[in-house]
Write a protein that binds this ligand. Sequence first.
Ligand code: ADP
Ligand code: MG
Length: 737
Amino acid sequence: MLELSTPVQYVKGIGPKLAEILAAKGIATVDDLLHYLPFRYEDRLNPRGIAELRPGEMATVIGEVRNSGLFRTRRMPIFQLTVGQGRSRLRCIFFNATYLQGKFEPGQLIALYGKVEEDSRNHELQIVQPQFEILGDAAGVGTGAEKKAAESSLEVGRIVPIYESAGQGRLTSRWFRRIIRGALENLNPDLPESIPTAVRTHLGLISPRQALWQVHWPEAGESLQDLQSARTPAHLRLIFDELFFVELGLELKLRQQKAQTGIAFRLDDRVRAAIKKILPFHPTAAQKRVLKEIASDMEKPYPMRRLLQGDVGSGKTIVSFEAAIIAIENGYQVALMAPTEILAQQHYFSARQILENAGYRIVLLTGSLDSDRKREIRRHIAQGNAQLVIGTHALLEEKIEFAKPGLVIVDEQHRFGVMQRLKLMKKSADLDSSARGAAGQAGVTINRQTALAVEADVLVMTATPIPRTLALTLYGDLDLSVLDQLPPGRTPIVTRRVSDERAPEVWEFVRKQVAAGHQVYVVYPVIEENEETELKAAIKMYRELSGKVFADLKVGLLHGRLDSDLKDQVMRMFQSGELQVLVATTVIEVGVDVPNATAMVIEHAERFGLAQLHQLRGRIGRGAAKSYCILMTGGKVSEDGEKRLDAMVRTSDGFQIAELDLELRGPGEFFGTRQAGMPSFRVANLIRDRQLLEAAKREAAAVIRGPNAEISEVEISRALVDMRSRWQHTYGLVEVG
Ligand code: ADP
Ligand code: MG
C-alpha cells in the first residue's frame, strides 16, 4: 500500500530510471505525483461527430485513422492525417512534422483535440496541428482484447485528464494517466485530515481523498468549464490546502516576531520637532499616514518588520529619512541599503542635503571604496560616530560592527535577489541565537555582524505595485504600508512609440527640450546574457550622439562597468545640470531622481520588460514641467512586445502595469528570482486563486490567533505538524521556527 510520503520510485510502473525524470519535474513522492494535476480535460464522453463540427470551435474528436502521409511543398514538408467516423472524414495538417512519419496505421483509434477550421480552397473542415493521442494499436486488435477494453475505459467514454508530458515526451499524458490511476488505487485510503473541522465546514471543503480522485478522474456530471478553470470542489480543496498551510506558516512567523524583544523608540515632541525641521516640502496625506504606521511600529517593544510599497515617484525616500530621524534622535544608528551603487550615492547626496544641515552624521560605504577609506568608515560606525550609514548590499556582506544599530532600511527590495534576502534573514537568525547567548553577559557589544542585529527595526521599500493579498503572501512576515498618492504638481507623462527610422525627428525633439533648459535620458538596453555586445552598442551610441548628433551639447555616459568614482562624477554632473543629455544603460532604472530631466528616449524599447520600462519611465515626470517618454523600436516586435509597448502608451498606473505584466509573464516569471521568499506552488496560482488566498489567510489567522472555541488544540497541533513538514518539503528555502 502506498503512503503519500512513499518515494515515486516504488509506484508500480515507475522504478529508479523514470523516477529520475520525475524528480526533474519536482515529483519525488506519491504526494507530489498526485499533485501533478491535469492542465486540461477532454470530454470524451460526448466527443463531437465529424459531421457536426463547425468552423471556429475547439473540439475533441475520436475516430479511426484512415490514412496518413508526408507531402513536400516548396515551402516545407506537411504531414497529413485523415481520420474517419463511418463515412465522415476529417483532415488534420501538421507543418514540418517529418517525425510523424510511420507513427500512424490505418484502423488505429485516435483522439484529437484542436481548433476546427475551414480550408479556404475547398471549404472542407480540417484541424491544423491538433493535439492527439493514439488510443489503441491496430496491430494489437484481436490479441489481448480484454486488456484493451480495460485501457480504453481510461481513455474514452468519460472526461479524460490531459497531463503535460515529461522527459522530452517520454512520459506521455497517457502514461501519467495510467500511473496516477494506479497510485490512487493503491493509496492507503485513510488519508490524514489536517485542516481543522471548523475551517472545513466554513468553506464546505471535501475530503482530501475525494479531492485527489476527482481532480484526476472527474465524475461524468462535472462541468468541463469548472474543470478547465480549476474551480471544481476537488480543485478548490487542493488549492486551499496549499494556501492554508503557507498562510499558517506566515502567521506563525509574524506572531513569533512580535514575541521578540526589540527597541521601543520614543516619539516625543523633541523627536517630532526634529522631523519637522528637515522636511523640504509638505508631506502628502499618504506620506503622513505611512509615517504614522511606521512610527507606531517603532514605538512598540518588538522589532518592526514593515514593507513600504509605493509606485515610482511616490516619495518613499523622505519617509525613510523621517524614520531614520526617529532612530537617530533616540541615540541609535541607521543603515540604509540600496541595490545599486548609483542609487546609494544618490541617497547619500540627498541625505546630506536634507539631513546634514540638521547636524546628523552620515557616511557612505560601498564595495568599491579603497580599503583604507573603508577601514576608516568602519571605525566611525563601530564607534557610533556615524549615525546614518548608506551603502549597497556590501553592507550585508562585509563585516561591519555597529555600536548601536536601531533601524535597517532596505530600498527597492525587489532588486535584491532571493539569495540576498535569504542572507538577510539568515543573518538575523544567526544573530538571534548569538544575541540570546550573549544576553547574560551585560555590556558586551553584540557581535561582529551587527549591521543587521535582530533587534533592530527593519523597513523594506519597494516600487513593485503588487495587489495587497499577494504582497501579504510574498512578504507574509512583513506588515504592509502603501503610499498610494503621488506628490502634488506632477503632470502626466506623455508616452509615444516611434520606429527608429524616425530617429532624426526624435533627436530634434531632444534638442528642443534641452533648449528649454531641461535634461534628457537616452537609454539603451543591456541584456544580461549579452552584456558585452549591448554595452558596446551603448558606447557606440554615446560616441555618435556626443560626437555628431549633439556635438554642441554636453552629453554624458553612464553604465554599470564604469568605476565608481566616474559613475559618481557623471551622476553628479547630470544632477547639477552640467550634463544635458545622459546616455545610460538600465543602471538608472531604480531610484534615480533628477526632477529637471523631462524626457527619456528608450532605444529598442521592445527588448525591455514591462516592469522595467515602467521603472525607467519613473525617472521622468518628477518635476512640474511636462515630461515625455519616447519608446523607439527597431526591427520586428513580438506579440508580447506589442502588448508591453501598448500598455506603456496607454497608462502610467503602476498597478495596471503590474497586472498586465503578471498576465504576460505568469506569476512564476513575474515573481521569479527577483522576488524573494516566494514559495513555489504546486497547484495554487496566486493570480487565479486570489480569493482563496484571502480565505486561507483569514482562516489561518483565526487558527493561530485563537482562542477559538470551534477549533480544538489537537486540531491546531495537527495542522502545525503538517505545516512544518510541508514547508520543509515543498518550500525548502523558507524556514519557519
Ligand atoms: P520613490 O518613491 O520613487 O523613491 P522619491 O522618494 O525619489 O520617490 O521621490 C520622488 C520625488 O518627489 C523626489 O524628487 C522627491 O523630492 C519628491 N517628493 C517626495 N515627496 C514630496 C512631497 N510631499 N511634495 C513634493 N515633492 C515630493
Ligand atoms: Mg526611491
